[in-house]
Design a protein around this ligand. Structure first.
Ligand SMILES: [Zn+2]
Length: 413
């Protein structure tokens, strides 16, 4: 029999985990594990509400599903105070060394981390990350199929719903199940996002931005998107999904007139000293022309460096992305990149000028200064190379399509 559980039914000694668990619905039939994480940012509770509604509906219907649907809260401490984070942004801390150290402590069943080499020892988010990883690891070890991660967020500006993803073909295919814009390239602009880690494990994963933090439509956007994804992956039978066509229409309506796929062309990074203030009134995807005034900072007026659509304008006190500019991506580029990646054309990457195959990694190439130009970088992106890591004068670029899973990062052990 399919079963549901929630925080109230957990054992008292697992109090921490119970607080993290929004709910779970498990099928008799094996199938994918849908790991739905909400509120990695504590001022974004809409995803929690959506997951409660979805899991409650499955429970009420006693719905038979294939696989497991699990909802987890991300940053409990930040949720309590309604802030994006306490000490560190929990969606910027998933660098390899840090995850490896946390996993080592979990595997040893050791105490919370108190020793270097980790940065920010004693940070509230280090504890949150450890507990979240522990909960995810537990689910993964009992999974009966492939893992799919959905990361639910909202934005400080008013926004149509959209998805973000690491640009792999399997992530694109999952995101295209939703009638809302797909934003490519955000993952490359930021370091240490949670989904970057899951991409390295070869899992399918997408982030869903439901709309503005406090807008009621953000809850329904998340709810609609979750149901559509459950249907598309066959985890929940379509006939058991309440109002499926209406949900599709509602999401599509919110994204009406927007491009299907955009990519990031520019990031305006800011720090506290910059005293950056975004000009009020921008919604996500509003058009801007080169030279338009977008905000002010300590040096004066901040202008758009090129034409495009304004994306993630910063309207909250915390955060180091002032705004981004995105442009519609030509559908031909998407088709060409799909064909090239399927044909494993990446094997010619080492022939490009200034590019050589990484000596120790089959999924990476190393670029010298001469190769760091639009042509070579664009070609590498087409071939599926997009995860960048600077090391002195060299740049390592990893291909995400077929990751070689690093045993130190593996959650199944
Ligand atoms: Zn967020």
């Amino acid at each position: 029999m399919t079963t549901s559980s929630d925080a109230a039914s957990a054992r008292p000694k697992d109090e921490d985990r119970a607080r993290r668990l929004i709910g779970a619905h498990r099928g008799d039939e094996p199938g994918p594990l849908f790991l739905c994480v909400s509120s990695l940012h504590g001022n974004e509770p809409a995803g929690i509400e959506a997951l409660k509604l979805v899991i409650e509906s499955l429970r009420e219907q006693k719905c038979e599903i294939r696989g497991d649907i699990v909802g987890l809260r991300g940053n409990l401490s930040a949720l309590e105070i309604g802030e994006r984070f306490v000490d560190e942004d929990l969606n910027r801390v998933w660098q390899r060394d840090r995850v490896v150290a946390i996993l080592q402590s979990l595997r040893a069943d050791g105490p919370a981390l108190t020793e270097p080499p980790l940065p920010m020892v004693g940070s509230v988010e280090l504890g949150e990350q450890r507990e979240l990883l522990a909960a995810i690891r537990e689910e993964v070890q009992r999974a009966r199929g492939p893992v799919i991660v959905i990361d639910l967020h909202t934005t400080s500006a008013e926004s149509a719903p959209f998805t973000t993803l690491g640009d792999t073909l399997q992530n694109r295919a999952l995101a295209r199940q939703l009638p809302i814009p797909v934003v490519l390239g955000l993952e490359e602009q930021i370091d240490g996002a949670m989904l970057q880690y899951f991409d390295q494990l070869g899992w399918r994963s997408i982030g869903i931005e439901g709309g503005a933090h406090s807008a009621p439509e953000s809850v329904s956007a998340h709810e609609d998107a979750l149901w559509l994804l459950f249907a598309a992956t066959g985890v929940v039978p379509e006939v058991r999904i309440p109002d499926l066509p209406i949900r599709w229409e509602r999401l599509a309506e919110r994204a009406h007139g927007l491009p299907h796929v955009v990519d990031i062309r520019y990031r305006h990074g800011v720090s506290e000293e910059d005293r950056f203030r975004m000009k009020p009134g921008f919604k996500n995807f509003d058009r801007a022309r080169r030279g338009d005034e977008l905000g002010t900072d300590a040096k004066g007026i901040v202008l758009a460096p090129s034409s495009g659509r304004v994306f993630l304008p910063l309207y909250q006190s915390k955060g180091d992305d002032g705004f981004f500019l995105v442009r519609r991506l030509n559908p031909a580029w998407l088709r060409v990149s799909k064909s090239l990646r399927r044909a494993r054309a990446d094997r010619v990457a080492g022939w490009l000028p200034g590019v050589r195959v990484h000596p120790d990694r089959s999924d990476a190439v190393v670029l010298s200064a001469v190769a760091r130009n639009r042509f070579v970088m664009g070609l590498l992106h087409l071939l599926g190379y997009n995860a960048r890591k600077e090391s002195g004068r060299l740049l390592m670029v990893r291909r995400r399509e077929t990751p070689t899973v690093d045993p130190d990062l593996d959650l199944r052990v």
